[in-house]
Ligand binder design. Structure first.
Ligand code: GDP
Ligand code: MN
Length: 385
């Protein structure tokens, strides 16, 4: 889960990483008063709150000299679209006078199997450009989880990139705080860009990004509470409410795949792709699904207008095939997939009963054999052959 900037700011504030003073604006009413009442010093910076970077270049970061000017800009920026993300909230902050912009992040690096510290004294909006044209200005240092942030790590990162060492102690302190946050909050990424060197010397986080591992959300009520403010896929939300995992795959795909296990789900997606077809979404049913739950899952899949074909692939162990068949019939009887295709492949417990249920129902559910066989069936049916 990717946090919004102001949500990341509350975390950084908790770890005493210096941030700018600011307020969140979520409506166009009384904006000038709200900004005045917040006691912010002018000029201010107004930033669109979206789960995507590069806002500055997309017109999502603006400056204002007075509360009135800020209110006018807020009016223009609320609801603005930044590369497909709508900004329902804005963050208004005291503009910081700065000398230079640094880049700092810690990410979970699968290659070194460690938290990876990335630092550059050439941060800011052109960090991607820096990576291309001056790779020597970017230090990447794996952090040994047993040793944590050692002095030599910071020295190395600054020496390699030619950063001004007078800020070494401050940088080390910031990295230590960020590193603690990285672990405490089960993050995949914590990033500050820019980490600005202020006119008066202090380091300030001007823009924070935090990406939390979804699997840790049950342990993090404060982060879970942030979720309400995020722009989420409606089917992901709907599925989560009933404890299914709905995974959007390819926007241009038209096939929905559901299975009782992520491994089989991936095999199905692989084989469908190999046959030159695209999967729009996948849904993990988990174990022991009842007919009602299967019907609910089919309904969620078909509520996605892009999907013309749903493929259910079941290995019947704890999940019984007859329950799955009943669920498929329940959904089709309610006309969930009217005019669309439902293909069912089952193996295991009560397979014969399941086939009988489908045959006797007279409903348009196609039974297929084996995964490769099912993929051929999907191909044929969608070709209208
Ligand atoms: P991003 O484009 O989504 O990464 O948005 P940022 O919040 O990083 O802002 C983009 C750029 O705006 C920064 O790299 C800075 O150059 C500039 N900026 C943002 N806030 C301030 C501020 O308070 N003071 C100054 N001087 N520049 C700022
Ligand atoms: Mn930024």
């Amino acid at each position: 889960m990717k946090l919004l900037e102001y949500q990341a700011n509350t975390l950084m504030d908790k770890y005493a990483i210096p941030i700018q003073k600011g307020i969140v604006i979520d409506s166009t009413e009384g904006t000038a008063e709200k900004i005045k009442n917040a006691g912010l010093k002018f000029p201010v910076v107004i930033k669109a709150q979206v789960q995507i970077g590069g806002r500055g270049k997309a017109g999502g970061v603006k400056f204002a000299g007075t509360a009135e000017e800020a209110a006018k800009l807020c009016g223009e920026m609320l609801g603005m679209d930044i590369r497909g993300f709508k900004s329902n909230e804005l963050l208004v902050l005291e503009k910081k006078d700065i000398k230079t912009e640094w880049y700092l992040s810690i990410m979970l690096d699968r290659y070194s199997k460690a938290p990876l510290l990335i630092f550059s004294p050439l941060g800011g909006m052109d960090i991607e450009e820096t990576a291309k044209t001056s790779p020597e200005k970017i230090a990447r240092v794996p952090l040994d989880p047993l040793r944590g942030v050692q002095d030599y790590v910071i020295s190395y990162a600054m020496d390699k990139t030619g950063a001004d060492k007078q800020y070494k102690d401050q940088l080390k302190e910031t990295v230590e705080k960020l590193y603690r946050m990285f672990f405490d909050y089960y993050t995949m990424l914590v990033e500050i860009n820019p980490l600005a060197v202020g006119e008066n010397g202090g380091l300030v986080a001007l823009d924070g990004k935090v990406e939390v591992d979804d699997n840790a959300l049950p342990l993090l009520p404060d982060i879970t509470a942030f979720r309400d403010k995020l722009q989420e896929d409606p089917q992901v939300v709907e599925a989560r409410k009933v404890n299914f995992l709905f995974i959007p795959v390819e926007e241009s795909g038209a096939i929905g795949v559901m299975s009782n296990g992520s491994g089989m789900l991936m095999s199905c997606i692989d084989l469908i792709s190999k046959k030159g077809m695209k999967v729009h979404a996948a849904l993990d049913l988990g174990g022991g699904a009842t007919s009602e739950r299967i019907a609910e899952a089919v309904r969620i899949m078909f509520s996605r207008p892009q999907i013309d074909t749903v493929f259910i692939c079941i290995f019947g162990g704890i999940t019984r095939c007859d329950e799955v068949a009943k669920g498929a019939c329940l959904a089709m009887a309610q006309k969930e997939g009217a005019g669309k295709n439902l293909i069912l492949r089952m193996e295991g417990t009560n397979k014969e009963e399941a086939a009988k249920i489908i045959a006797e129902s007279g409903l348009p559910v196609t039974i297929a054999e084996g995964i490769p066989g099912s993929v051929d069936t999907i191909y044929r049916i969608r070709k209208g052959a």
